[in-house]
Design a protein around this ligand. Structure first.
Ligand SMILES: *Cc1c(COP(=O)(O)O)cnc(C)c1O
Length: 426
């Protein structure tokens, strides 16, 4: 293949291509990735960069993985897609079987969605429809804590952090949900737990479901909280007739040191979303899992069906790769690998604690975060990371990393140096 004309690509990109959360025309010059293998991105003009981001939590096994490639090739030869209405296929069924087996107890039914945001839409629709079917249409609000992120489509946006999620822009247009304070980081705070209980009790008459990211709030601020709050929510929801939704799109598939973050608390939600790492970062796919109680409730209603059906629902190619990705994950000592990365990040980021302008350094599972006391200079921070040979994408006041689980100790150390450099220069 001829070398791409990088200058031309960048000019076309700037003029025509929307990037995430970007202006038009583009202001920042993106890097041009030519290929990727293992934990390295080959970037035009920069050589190889170690990927500290796993392409937004998804590429847990690294890039160009032989087993995932083989699954893709094998499925491609059979069919890359057929509709899921009236038809079914082995990769889709086998994927659902795996998800039911590996997920917290009680989650038995699976809706295969085409992105994380859509899986959250489906989760919220399930909860709203459950109460409608039971003759309780007034239970139509969601309750959540601040600092969350659940996606960029309409219902998910309404439960994102009201400050970080641009709620101001959409006041009067977004559905109005109920927010409690963000969970305190650090240890368990009984006073906060009591406020959670009271909020659920006080608003239960109008609340369909509580939705939260368990243990780690991702794009809303990379904050960690005590798993004990999940038990508090489970008990309060059960006591007052409210459903509980865990959005495990970022935390699922081992990232926090448990297969699902709910495992830190030993709690099962009524509805759970997974995405991101589901296909090992190969293709867009997500899933919404629910209990028999939720499914039966919906089925007893006046409209006894879940009216949702994306065109690419259950995509066989994505399903086959997801099956392979789950098998690769479960076929190795993933817990050991995540612990190893946790230890390496703990060591590598320790030095950031001494830096001026650093407010907090935290590590959980294969997630490392340096929080500054100021808005980061993204361009300067990225440059500093690239100079260390690492790709990072800092945002707001955060330099953070969630590397692929296959990252070697040496590369974890390199990522640590890059995070510190970005924190220093940003
Ligand atoms: C990324 C993310 C989403 C949205 O998923 P998309 O695939 O980007 O639509 C929802 N919830 C959480 C917790 C996420 O991290």
């Amino acid at each position: 293949m001829p070398e791409p004309d990088v200058a031309e690509l960048l000019e076309l990109d700037r003029r025509h291509v929307w990037h995430p959360y970007g202006p038009m025309p583009g202001k920042q010059r993106p890097l041009v990735v030519e290929s990727a293998a293992g934990v390295r991105l080959r970037v035009a003009g920069h050589g190889e960069l170690v990927d500290g981001m796993s392409s937004w939590w998804s590429a847990i096994h690294g890039y160009n993985h032989p087993v995932l490639n083989e699954a893709a090739r094998g499925q491609l030869e059979r069919m890359s897609h057929v509709m899921f209405g009236g038809l079914t296929h082995e990769p889709g069924v086998r994927l659902v079987e795996r998800l039911v087996d590996m997920s917290p107890e009680g989650l038995e039914h699976v809706f295969l969605a085409d992105s994380g945001s859509v899986s959250v839409e489906v989760a919220l629709k399930m909860c709203l429809q459950y109460w409608r079917s039971l003759g309780r249409p007034e239970k139509r609000r969601m309750l959540t804590w601040r600092g969350g992120y659940h996606g960029d489509t309409w219902q998910p946006m309404s439960v994102c952090d009201p400050e970080g999620g641009m709620h101001g822009l959409w006041a009067g247009v977004l559905p109005e949900q109920i927010f409690v304070d963000a969970p305190p980081s650090g240890g368990y705070d009984e006073a906060y737990a009591q406020r959670l209980r009271e909020a659920v009790e006080r608003r239960a008459h109008e609340v369909a479901a509580v939705i939260v990211e368990p243990v780690v709030q991702g794009a809303g601020g990379m904050r960690f909280h005590s798993p004990a709050y999940l038990r508090v929510l489970r008990e309060a929801c059960d006591a007052h007739g409210v459903l509980l939704v865990f959005d495990e799109i970022a935390t699922g598939f081992g990232r926090t040191g448990e297969l699902f973050a709910a495992g830190h608390a030993g709690v099962s939600p009524d509805v759970m979303c997974v995405g991101k790492a589901l296909t090992g970062g190969y293709l867009t796919m997500a899933a919404t899992l629910c209990t028999a109680r939720v499914a039966e409730g919906i089925s007893r209603g006046e409209v006894p069906v879940l009216a949702h059906g994306p065109t690419f629902m259950g995509n066989p190619l994505a399903s086959a790769i997801a099956c392979a990705s789950i098998d690769v994950l479960l076929g190795q000592d993933w817990r050991g690998e995540v612990k190893r990365i946790e230890a390496g990040l703990g060591e590598g980021l320790a030095e950031a604690r001494e830096l001026d302008g650093v407010r907090d350094v935290r590590v959980l599972g294969a997630i490392g975060v340096v929080q500054l006391d100021h808005e980061i200079d993204m361009a300067a921070a990225s440059r500093a990371a690239i100079a260390e040979g690492v790709w990072l994408r800092p945002f707001r006041d955060l330099v953070y990393t969630m590397p692929p689980f296959v990252t070697s100790d040496e590369d974890v150390a390199r990522i640590g140096r890059a995070v510190c450099a970005a924190a220093r220069e940003g």
